[in-house]
Design a protein around this ligand. Structure first.
Ligand code: BGC
Length: 457
């Protein structure tokens, strides 16, 4: 007769089975990612290519010689950050303020969103006494954008819970400048970048081996330095191509899997998360990896186990029944403590209004969190491995930013481990790019204004 505990463990493992992919699955993800990247770079990109591989127009990386005072704006999650950066001798002095974006602003008219942004800039410049300074500004706008130049960037579609009317298909800089003009501010936006580009550029400022930038936060995405000779859709100056120069490509890998190519590993939990999201059928890879969704994937598993009668004696609290109530930070908190220490776990169960639970229940909850976060780290690793194969350098630093990577205790080591298994011959390191979004925007603004000055001179 199997003991009750063994029966429970078996049932849990059965429920988690679909989340536990094998090495060959990750190899396939890496290969599919590679194929999709190639399709996205074609002269006539295949409409079914999930990876849009947007050209960012960022062609040079900083070398530490950038100087000057810049503003930066960082919008990508639930907060807006305004920064003032002073670049002196390879050093960055930074002051910043965080402003929240109300839930109804995230889904309201676009005009209101941009007026709110302009009002925040105004508050910031007043606080810093910069009203009369004509400062160049870099804007980190972390959504899929088709760029037509450094300061011409059209939003393709919203992600991460944003859904403001009248912005998709529009030029972000024009919308921002209109709102800034209404506030009669002197600020002018000289560059729009994605947060991955910010992370990469900020890291490259001090590390010349940095060729890839990754975000693992509310959403996920990657960019890398591509050789223009490999970009079939390159329609800009051909001499750049003849010289084999590079340009940063924003892969927008969050959309990987939208065409169904990841169906072989998606689970019933992923499908449920997708269905209840604001963008069903979109950002499939992102929904298996990033902070906005991982907690919800875990909640879906926990609810199933409760319904099976295996967890919490089959009692489902109202809080745990609520979509998105199991935050991704719970995964980090629970997995941060040793298995025998249950302080964080108990705190989480308390917040979820779970009144009665056994030690076995605690073990199961932790096991579910680990299965969900391990798959996420391995999937992200498969993406990075595909990029390392494209970059083809003997050693590459990968700049990584985002709350998931920063706060999860084993994300870094699991990613490193899986990349090593997928590409035993490659040398790389994953490096936290602190404050990448803001610093990167200011650096790109610096490079672009210095380039303009150089061209005018
Ligand atoms: C967006 C990307 C962004 C990523 C990380 C995704 O949802 O589409 O542009 O880089 O989130 O913030």
């Amino acid at each position: 007769m199997p003991s009750k505990m063994t029966h429970q463990t078996n049932m849990v493992e059965k429920r988690l089975n679909s989340l536990q992919c094998e090495l060959k699955d990750y190899e396939q993800v890496m290969q599919l990612m590679n194929e999709n990247m190639k399709k996205g770079l074609k002269e006539q990109p295949d409409i079914s290519a999930d990876l849009k591989m947007y050209i960012t127009y960022v062609r040079s990386l900083p070398n530490g010689s950038e100087v000057g005072k810049f503003l930066a704006l960082d919008l990508g999650g639930t907060n807006l950050r305004v920064l003032l950066l002073e670049l002196i001798d390879g050093q960055v002095l930074l002051k910043s303020s965080i402003y929240s974006i109300a839930e109804n602003t995230m889904i309201g008219p676009g005009k209101e969103l941009f007026s709110h942004i302009a009002a925040c800039i105004q508050q910031f410049v007043e606080r810093e006494g910069l009203e009369n300074e004509d400062l160049p500004m870099g804007f980190t706008f972390s959504f899929p954008c088709k760029q037509f130049g450094l300061k011409k960037s059209h939003l393709v579609n919203w992600t991460k819970g944003f859904k403001c009317d009248g912005v998709e298909g529009e030029d972000i800089v024009t919308l921002l400048h209109n709102a800034i003009a209404e506030q009669k501010l002197l600020v002018r936006c000289v560059a729009v970048i994605n947060d991955t580009v910010g992370a990469m550029v900020a890291c490259a400022h001090l590390d010349q081996d940095c060729q890839i930038g990754i975000i693992l936060g509310t959403g996920t995405n990657a960019c890398y330095m591509e050789n223009t000779t490999k970009i079939e859709k390159w329609r800009e100056d051909n001499t750049i191509r003849q010289h084999g120069e590079g340009v940063i490509i924003n892969t927008e890998w969050g959309a990987f899997g939208n065409n169904g190519c990841l169906d072989f590993i998606t689970t019933e939990y992923d499908k449920a998360v997708d269905q209840m999201s604001k963008n069903p059928g979109e950002q499939i890879y992102e929904k298996m990896i990033s902070g906005m969704y991982l907690g919800e994937v875990a909640r879906q598993v926990l609810v199933k186990l409760i319904q099976d009668g295996i967890l919490f004696k089959g009692h489902l609290s109202n809080r745990l029944r609520t979509p998105m109530a199991f935050y991704t930070k719970y995964l980090s908190e629970i997995e941060s403590e040793e298995e025998h220490e249950l302080d964080n776990l108990k705190q989480v169960l308390d917040e979820l209004h779970v009144m009665e639970y056994s030690l076995t229940d605690c073990v199961i909850v932790r096991r579910v969190c680990e299965a969900v976060s391990t798959r996420a780290a391995y999937l992200a690793a498969a993406g990075v491995a595909a990029l390392l194969e494209r970059v083809e350098k003997s050693f590459v630093t990968i700049a990584v930013d985002g709350s998931l990577y920063r706060y999860h205790p084993t994300f870094h080591s699991k990613m490193t481990d899986m990349i090593g298994q997928l590409l035993p011959h490659r040398k790389f390191r994953l490096k936290l790019s602190n404050d990448g979004s803001g610093i990167g925007a200011a650096l790109v603004a610096a490079i672009s204004t210095q380039m303009t000055i150089a061209t005018l001179a």
